[in-house]
Design a protein around this ligand. Structure first.
Ligand SMILES: Cc1ncc(C[n+]2csc(CCOP(=O)(O)OP(=O)(O)O)c2C)c(N)n1
Ligand SMILES: [Mg+2]
Length: 419
């Protein structure tokens, strides 16, 4: 059971994984408890509201959604049983310090800047191959990777630039790779969908949806054998969760108590299909079934992602085994940049995209840093200027590099198969 206090401490989100109930607590609701089920709404007496006090506030409860249980009494008594634990957990909530916040801002701004450039270059006809952009989802990779060292492993997806850069991958060699240059991180032989850097623990982006599950489980098994307290993080999309290997990987990771963290980036689409047309039920319930810690967080709030990951990483490093984090987010660009050239028409509304643009994770952190006096406009400006310089250098490096040597396919991929 986890509690997550949002900034300003006016709201608490609670995830009772054991009961499969997701709730929201707001101080405005003090005095009664509302318990909603698909069929009815129950209001309870104030005496049932738990005395969770933070900064002098009394919090009430609103149940947002209920997966299974329709028994208000059971819920109330169960909750009362956990009263002490709740109060303790709330007061222990960790927060990133100023340096960590600024570092995360810089990382997100770098990912966004690099990808805006890639988008422009793709549409100008300067990029070979497909690019799937991460714009809008930057808080997920950034909040997760803030807790990892080079020795921890991450696997990525077809949408991998953000993961690569968040884990400390070099923007120059990543851009050169996307441009298909010899100086690229994979000698220009992999391209956008295969960026990898083993020296940084980036064990690969992957064009095979769901391939990262088993690869990361293997990395978790290796970490356990090595006994060095390292963790392996598997980033995957909501669509990938429908691959059978997700279940197999959860099973083996749980059974063998592996230090694996499954991070589902639920961006509400699988290619051009809305998730609810291809995915049944809640993906988090699939992980809950294994009895491992499960958290569902706002994936556009880098601090919420940071906190959930902190708990999961500590759990794994302390020998607790796997965890699951689901980050609710949205991709602002298309599934891939080329889609406008082959799709018959739009598959999502402009209003929907616009509503998510307003939830931009980078603007959100920027505003929070300023309004809380954590950083000044000038400091943020310095960070942005530093990123721009890095981008200019990376772009020059990528554009001026020599094209990849096609003969390398016989050294790197089809070894011994030269015709
Ligand atoms: C095994 C496999 N099946 C199908 C595809 C085609 N495909 C590419 S991306 C994608 C959707 C993935 O959706 P999701 O996992 O939610 O990731 P997102 O694109 O939303 O980041 C599909 C079906 C593929 N690349 N690999
Ligand atoms: Mg998706």
């Amino acid at each position: 059971m986890y509690w997550d206090i949002c900034r300003g401490q006016s709201q608490i989100k609670i995830y009772f994984t054991a009961m499969k109930i997701r709730m929201n607590m707001q101080n405005k609701m003090a005095g009664y408890l509302t318990y909603q089920t698909p069929n009815r709404t129950v209001r309870c007496e104030r005496k049932y509201v738990p005395p969770v006090i933070d900064g002098g506030w009394f919090f009430g409860l609103v149940v947002e959604s209920v997966a299974a249980d329709d028994k208000a009494e059971r819920f109330i008594y169960w909750f009362a049983d956990y009263r002490e634990e709740v109060v303790t957990t709330v007061s222990k909530q960790a927060s990133p310090d100023r340096e960590q916040l600024l570092e995360m801002y810089e990382r997100m701004f770098l990912i966004r800047s690099v990808e805006k450039q890639l988008s422009a270059d793709f549409h100008a006809g300067n990029l070979p191959g497909a690019v799937h952009l991460y714009i809008g989802q930057e808080a997920v990779a950034t909040g997760v990777c803030a807790h990892l060292s080079d020795d921890d492993k991450i696997s990525s997806t077809h949408r991998g630039h953000g993961h690569f850069l968040a884990k400390g991958g070099d923007p120059k060699s990543m851009m050169a790779e996307v441009y298909g240059k010899k100086s690229g991180i994979c000698k220009g032989m992999g391209g956008s969908m295969h960026v990898a850097d083993f020296s940084r623990g980036i064990i690969g982006a992957n064009g095979i949806v769901g391939a990262g599950f088993a690869i990361t489980t293997g990395a978790g098994w290796a970490a356990k054998l090595d006994g060095d307290n390292k963790v392996a993080v598997c980033f995957f999309g909501d669509g990938a969760a429908n691959q059978g290997v997700f279940m197999e990987s959860l099973n083996v990771s749980t059974l063998w108590n592996l230090p694996v963290i499954f991070v589902c980036e639920h961006n509400t689409f699988s290619e051009f299909s809305p998730s609810d047309t291809v995915t049944a039920g809640q993906i988090s319930d699939r992980a809950s079934a294994f009895g491992i810690p499960v958290e569902v967080v706002d994936g556009n709030d880098v601090v919420a992602v940071w906190r959930a990951t902190k708990r999961a990483v500590e759990h794994a490093r302390n020998g607790g085994g796997p965890s699951y984090i689901e980050a609710k987010t949205y991709r602002i660009h298309g599934h891939l940049e080329a889609e406008i050239h082959f799709l018959g028409g739009p598959y999502r509304s402009e209003e929907e995209i616009e509503s998510w643009r307003k939830k931009c994770p980078i603007t959100r952190l920027r505003n929070d840093l300023l309004s809380s006096d954590t950083a000044s406009e000038a400091e943020i400006g310095d960070i942005e200027a530093r990123v721009q310089k890095q981008l200019d250098e990376a772009l020059k490096f990528a554009r001026e590099g020599e094209p990849a040597d096609e003969n390398l396919v016989f050294d790197l991929m089809f070894v011994g198969q030269q015709p």
